[in-house]
Write a protein that binds this ligand. Structure first.
Ligand SMILES: N[C@@H](CCC(=O)N[C@@H](CS)C(=O)NCC(=O)O)C(=O)O
Length: 203
C-alpha cells in the first residue's frame, strides 16, 4: 500500500493530485503542520522534517517532484507525461522543474518573511524583492502559455500539477490577478476543475 504523508496547503498536494489522477490505491497520513513533522516517527520517514513524503513497500521518498516522477515511472504507463521522443517532452521537463526550482522560492521567501518567521527575524526588504520576482515569473509564464491549453501543449501533464501548486501559493498570498494574467487564469481554471485536483486541495 502506498502511504502519502500530507499536510493541507502544502506541496503534498502535488503528490495527492498525481495519485488521484493515476487512480492508485493509497492511504493519506494527515500531519499537523509543523509539529508532527518534527516527531521521531516522522523524522525516520523524512529527516528533513518536511512534507510531502511517500512510502511504498520498501521505498520511502521525499521531495515532491521526485515523488511525482517516481509514481509516473512505476505506475504511470505513459500517463501524465509526453512521450520521451516527442517535441513536448523537453518543454514538459522544463516546466515540471521550473515550478519548484525557480517559481516557488520567492513565494516561499515572501511567506516566511510575512507570516512564518518570528517578527524580529523578518527582513522587510525581502517583501518587495519577492513580489517583483513573482510578478516577473508570472509574466514569463503568461507569455509561454500563450494560447496553448496546458504547459506542455494540448495535453494535461504532471508539469501542470507541479506548477498549479506553485500558483496555489501565489493565490494564497493574494498576488495573482487573472485580469493581469488571463492565459494563466484560464489554464489554472482547467487544472482546478479536475476532480483529482479538487480531492487533493480539499484533503
Ligand atoms: N523541495 C521540497 C520542499 C518541501 C517543503 O519545504 N515543504 C514544506 C511545506 S510546503 C514544509 O514541509 N515545511 C516545513 C517547515 O518549514 O517547517 C519539496 O518539493 O518537497
Amino acid at each position: 500500500m502506498i502511504t502519502l504523508y500530507h499536510a493541507p496547503n502544502s506541496r503534498s498536494i502535488r503528490v495527492y493530485a498525481t495519485l488521484e489522477e493515476l487512480g492508485l490505491q493509497y492511504e493519506v497520513k494527515q500531519l499537523k503542520f509543523p509539529e508532527d513533522l518534527r516527531s521521531d516517527a516522522y523524522l525516520k520517514i523524512n529527516p528533513l522534517a518536511r512534507v510531502p513524503a511517500l512510502a511504498d513497500g520498501d521505498v520511502t521518498l521525499f521531495e515532491s517532484g521526485a515523488i511525482v516522477q517516481y509514481l509516473l515511472a512505476r505506475y504511470g504507463n505513459g500517463r501524465l507525461e509526453p512521450a520521451t521522443e516527442s517535441a513536448e517532452f523537453p518543454v514538459y521537463l522544463q516546466w515540471f522543474h521550473c515550478a519548484e526550482a525557480t517559481f516557488l522560492p520567492p513565494v516561499s521567501d515572501l511567506i516566511q518573511h510575512t507570516m512564518v518567521l518570528p517578527e524580529g527575524e523578518r527582513v522587510p526588504g525581502v517583501i518587495p524583492w519577492s513580489q517583483n520576482r513573482i510578478y516577473a515569473n508570472l509574466d514569463v509564464l503568461e507569455t509561454a502559455l500563450g494560447d496553448r491549453e496546458f504547459l506542455a501543449g494540448s495535453t494535461f501533464s504532471a508539469a501542470d500539477i507541479m506548477m498549479a501548486y506553485t500558483l496555489h501559493l501565489v493565490k494564497l498570498v493574494q498576488l495573482f490577478n487573472a485580469e493581469d494574467h488571463p492565459n494563466i487564469g484560464s489554464w489554472l481554471e482547467k487544472v482546478e476543475s479536475r476532480p483529482a485536483w479538487k480531492v487533493a486541495v480539499g484533503g
